[in-house]
Design a protein around this ligand. Structure first.
Ligand SMILES: Nc1ncnc2c1ncn2[C@@H]1O[C@H](COP(=O)(O)OP(=O)(O)OP(=O)(O)O)[C@@H](O)[C@H]1O
Ligand SMILES: [Mg+2]
Length: 325
């Protein structure tokens, strides 16, 4: 695979993913679900980018496009300088090894009838990294230690672990392939708050030790606060605001970001956020509002919001789309 050493690890450019809605006996296309409708962001090497927004805003669809499980309707995903749409089939396996995904429910991700050692080793065998039994066992033991588990647990089955331990095993299975990028899709959402903290600490620690990059997907901002360098806030398939994490938390500009932040307990007394309570349902991505998609729930909405909002850029890496300056 062509590797460009200076290009950012992952660039998502003008990404649109529209799913056809079919109806009737002949499955005619009667409309489009605009799951992702113009998303841009960059994951630099060794950094963590958060992708945040309420359920259904398109976060997982972006993730699935990033590993080329679905084709974009428009726009592109560029991995180390190469558009992934142009990666030949023989190189796809390597790309998928370099980009690993961790999901919300580790129970579903692991085969209940296999020992966790077999599950971790399977990835190594499949990619032909290690095939010999003794070497495989040693490597699995090392990986388990890396994620804070005792090597003895390799002979146990998934039902013998807690949710947090299972998520450690899934992280281990991803690490086994020495990836460059790990996409965490709601990886800690199902865990208790104290366990969430432990898993987040583990991810940060692994990043420092191994130089990993993360695309960190979550529906609430409190989870991303301590792990992300940059945060992208999505609503109905569009980016509402994108900013360095410190700046987003200290000076959120978009009313939607402010609303999401209102729900987050404050860590710093001097944080200035307007209290906005999100009311009403998210409109359907089948028929989104014109102009700013958030206008039907925005407390500051004006008639002008029915037109596309202007792009504002308060600092070089901070952009948001809103009529409010
Ligand atoms: N294969 C598909 N066909 C049709 N619609 C789809 C498909 N996959 C996703 N969608 C729709 O696209 C929208 C975005 O879905 P997606 O799963 O990306 O959201 P999400 O932000 O990950 O939500 P959650 O927080 O609940 O995981 C939703 O309206 C969903 O119903
Ligand atoms: Mg999702």
């Amino acid at each position: 695979m062509a590797k460009n050493p200076v290009a950012p690890l992952l660039e998502v450019k003008g990404l649109k993913i529209h799913f056809p809605v079919q109806a009737g006996v002949f499955r005619h296309c009667v409309g489009w679900v605009k799951a992702v409708d113009g998303v841009d962001f960059v994951v630099p090497r060794g950094k963590t980018v958060g992708l945040v927004g309420e359920s259904g805003c398109g976060k997982s669809t972006v993730a699935r496009a990033a590993i080329r499980l679905i084709e974009p309707t428009a726009g592109s995903i560029v991995y180390r300088g190469q558009d992934i749409a142009s990666i030949p089939p023989e190189d796809l396996k390597e790309m998928r090894r370099e980009m690993q995904m961790i999901f919300q429910d580790p129970q579903v991700s692991l085969n209940p009838r296999r020992t966790v050692g077999t599950s971790i080793g399977e990835a190594l065998r499949y990619h032909g990294i290690i095939t010999e039994a003794k070497a495989l066992r040693d490597r699995v033991a090392l990986i388990l230690e890396q994620v804070g588990l005792s090597p003895d647990v390799m002979h146990r089955y998934p039902h013998q672990f807690s949710g947090g331990q299972l998520q450690r095993i899934c992280i281990g299975r991803a690490l086994a392939l020495e990836p460059e990028l790990i996409i965490c899709d709601e990886a800690v959402s199902a865990l208790d708050v104290s366990v969430q903290g432990q898993i987040l600490n583990l991810l940060v620690d692994l990043q420092h030790r191994l130089g990993l990059s993360y695309l960190f997907i979550a529906h609430d901002l409190s989870v991303v606060r301590h792990v992300c360098d940059h945060v992208v806030v999505m609503y109905l398939g569009k980016v509402m605001e994108s900013a360095p994490a410190d700046e987003l938390f200290a000076n959120p500009k978009h009313p939607y970001t402010q609303a999401l932040l209102s729900a987050v307990p404050k860590s710093y007394p001097d944080e200035k956020t307007a209290r906005i309570t999100l009311e009403g349902e998210i409109p359907s991505p089948l028929n989104p509002p014109s102009g700013c998609p958030f206008r039907t729930r925005c407390p500051y909405a004006k008639p002008v919001c029915a037109k596309p909002p202007p792009r504002r850029q308060p600092s070089p890496d901070h952009v948001y789309d809103c009529v409010i300056p």
